[in-house]
Design a protein around this ligand. Structure first.
Ligand code: AMP
Ligand code: MG
Length: 405
């Protein structure tokens, strides 16, 4: 695994290679109930005004404002009550001057009425009402179109649909929305030593952590992830699994079998179809990428920490591109590092770290097998290629692993 002067690809070049090969999934129209977290494919414009008609903001009486100008508690205005209007009322008569009509919140305001007097300002009379305060024109009337006008932009292309956007679309009468579909990601672990979690281990065996780690990361990123059980280090078996999965995948992630070992199954099986090489980073140096039948395939290294960090740097931007998101690469934040450490020259180092409120510190050891340390981290300190030492108190760049962006 020594470098031996083998050429390495800069991280940014590898990422550029990936982004050049991936484009957003074709749009699909889905019911609002299936759209949470998906990205809008094209601008949605309001077909109807919101509110759709003038309606009351209070339970009270609709009146002609002029009729209640002089109302006070000492000399209330008396008006005959000519009826009642509930929410959902379909037909309503004009309100004659000198009369009032009971009206409920959300009910259509009758033509002619210019204000709604709330119950609290009245004696709540049924046949005749005493009104003790004047109202201003328009008081307690929600105007048609005051929220959204017909023709207004409801959500723009690229919006990630959250509960509030979906509430707006529903309120504006849109039952369906055109989105980029949820990418289908297939995860394949390779390694003859791997056993399914929950199964007992034989000599030399380990539990497959990567497929769960990577499938969870894909789901957390908004994909639907399918975890194929681990595949032994036999190129034939691996290729068969890949071929089985390719038609049901928008993106495939494998782990293991891409370094310099004698049984590096993924490399052996796909040597002629994908790019394989070393990327100038630590951890995660051996990488492979390409498309098979048009589907992007990422062959990540087997060590769990390497696989996970490779996912964050390379797979996630591709996944987000498929989703039609505008920002695909983790933003970096400045933080103060509370503990010094060294870093290899010429490699971008991603150091597992704990971040809180602008302060960050490395956690655990360097080993790429250290799942305990990985679980204790919530950030990566990203150390540039040319930096060989970070001192306590230095400002560093951090990638927050659980950050929404
Ligand atoms: P490889 O890249 O296949 O040489 O694997 C590198 C190291 O990661 C070896 O120690 C493997 O046993 C380990 N490894 C590979 N795949 C997994 C996995 N799915 N879960 C946990 N460890 C793994
Ligand atoms: Mg292996």
């Amino acid at each position: 695994m020594a470098d031996h002067g083998r050429p390495t690809t800069p991280v940014d070049d590898h990422l550029a290679r990936i982004l050049a090969a991936v484009e957003p999934l074709p749009p699909a129209t889905v019911p609002l109930s299936d759209a949470l977290g998906l990205v809008v494919a094209s601008d949605v414009v309001a077909a109807l005004p919101l509110p759709a008609f003038d309606n009351s903001a209070m339970d009270g009486y609709a009146v002609h404002q002029r009729d209640v100008v002089g109302a006070t508690p000492e000399s209330p205005v008396h008006l005959p009550v000519v009826g009642g209007i509930g929410a959902g009322a379909a037909t309503i008569d004009d309100l004659a001057p000198g009369t009032a009509v009971k009206i409920m919140t959300g009910a259509p305001v009758p033509p002619g009425a210019t204000a709604v007097v709330p119950y609290e300002w009245t004696d709540r009379g049924s046949h005749e009402v005493l009104i003790e305060h004047p109202a201003v024109v328009g008081q307690n009337i929600r105007r048609s179109g005051e929220d959204v006008d017909a023709g207004d932009l409801l959500v723009s292309a690229g919006t990630v649909l959250g509960p509030r956007h979906l509430g707006l679309l529903a309120g504006a009468g849109e039952g369906r929305v055109e989105v980029r579909p949820r990418p289908r990601v297939v995860i394949v672990s390779t390694g003859s030593e791997l056993r399914e979690p929950g199964q007992p281990l034989g000599p030399g065996q380990i539990h497959d952590a990567n497929s769960t780690l990577l499938a969870s990361a894909a789901r957390a990123a908004g994909a639907s992830a399918y975890r194929v059980g681990s595949v032994a280090d036999e190129p034939g078996a691996f290729l068969e699994t890949l071929q089985d999965q390719i038609s049901r995948a928008d993106l495939i992630v494998t782990s293991g079998g891409v370094s310099q070992g004698d049984f590096d199954v993924v490399k052996a099986a796909l040597r002629d179809r994908l790019w394989f090489g070393d990327v100038a980073m630590q951890p995660g140096k051996p990488q492979g990428f390409g498309t098979v039948d048009g589907v992007p395939v990422f062959t990540l290294p087997g060590n769990p920490v390497s696989a996970y960090i490779s996912f964050q740097l390379f797979v996630l931007p591709a996944l987000r591109t498929l989703q039609g998101r505008h920002r695909v690469v983790h933003p970096l934040r400045a933080a103060r590092c509370s503990k010094g450490f060294g870093s290899a020259y010429g490699k971008r180092q991603m150091v597992r770290a704990a971040y809180d409120a602008g302060l960050v510190a490395p956690v655990g050891g360097h080993g790429s097998h250290l799942l305990g340390d990985l679980a204790a981290a919530n950030a990566l300190i990203v150390v540039p290629e040319e930096t060989t030492e970070v001192r306590a108190g230095d400002t560093v760049q951090v990638l927050l692993l659980d950050e929404e962006f």
